[in-house]
Write a protein that binds this ligand. Structure first.
Ligand code: 13P
Length: 249
């Protein structure tokens, strides 16, 4: 039985003080016995968030890293730096990073391998544009993203990876994929994982849905057979996040 994982992606929101205040307010409300809960926050918020969430069981994640351990990469942050701080998760290959910061399947793949090598759990994102969905190539597209993003990952490491399926047209638009649409793609992702890593591994990997998840639609989405939780943007910045964590079937 896969444990659900519900992660908030704060994106570029909340100053360190706002982050600490929010965590103080949420730490009781967002804790869960049944699901893994993670706050993925801006680099500068990591320290206050780690301090506030200490001992709560809520995990802390970053939203990017560099694929080298150190070096002349002005403005970048490495996996060992994050690990030493106490960070456990990292979102990689988010569509906003692919769209605005030139992330490619190749750079994402290098980052996934570096995260695993450093003991961080990657939350690897994939998803299609509206044009791709309308052209009927969603599944092929996501299969390619999986094959490229996970190239060279061992079956043992793969069990730790979390996949987030986030249709780009559903991100920040209030337009959620239906539970059936999300399930269809998450199932296809599990199938490609089975082809690449074997059935046993594919059955263990958690696959999240992301894109306008809120307190009202979470339960229906998370009840689907291949959806093991959510990657939540806008609603993770508000008290509503606790309704998502405590979704009722
Ligand atoms: P929203 O929940 O705001 O649509 O964002 C989804 C997302 O991109 C999470 O990574």
């Amino acid at each position: 039985m896969r444990k659900k994982i519900i992660a908030g992606n704060w994106k570029m929101n909340k100053t360190p003080k706002e982050a600490a205040d929010f965590c103080r307010m949420m730490k009781e409300k967002a804790g869960s016995e049944t699901a893994e809960v993670v706050f993925c926050v801006p680099f500068v918020d990591l320290h206050p968030v780690l301090e506030e969430l200490k001992g709560t069981g809520i995990g802390v994640g970053a939203q990017n890293l560099h694929f080298e351990d150190s070096g002349a990469y002005t403005g970048e942050v490495s996996a060992p730096m994050l690990k030493e701080m106490g960070v456990d998760y990292v979102i990689l290959g988010h569509s906003e990073r692919r769209q605005y910061f030139g992330e490619t399947d190749e750079s994402v793949n290098r980052k996934v391998k570096k995260a695993l090598e450093s003991g961080l759990i990657p939350i690897l994102c994939c998803g299609e544009t509206l044009e791709q969905r309308e052209a009927g190539i969603t599944i092929e597209w996501v299969r390619i993203q999986m094959k490229c993003g996970l190239a060279g990952v061992s079956a043992e490491d793969m069990k730790k990876v979390v996949i987030a399926y986030e249709p780009i047209w559903a991100i920040g638009t209030g337009k959620t994929a239906t539970a059936q649409q999300a399930q269809e793609v998450c199932h296809a992702i599990r199938e490609v994982l089975a082809e690449l890593f074997g059935m046993e591994v594919a059955e263990e990997v958690r696959i999240q849905y992301g894109g306008s998840v809120n307190g009202k639609n979470a339960a229906e989405l998370f009840a689907m057979a291949d959806i093991d939780g959510g990657l939540v943007g806008g609603a993770s910045l508000k008290e509503e996040f606790s309704d998502i964590v405590h979704f009722k079937k």
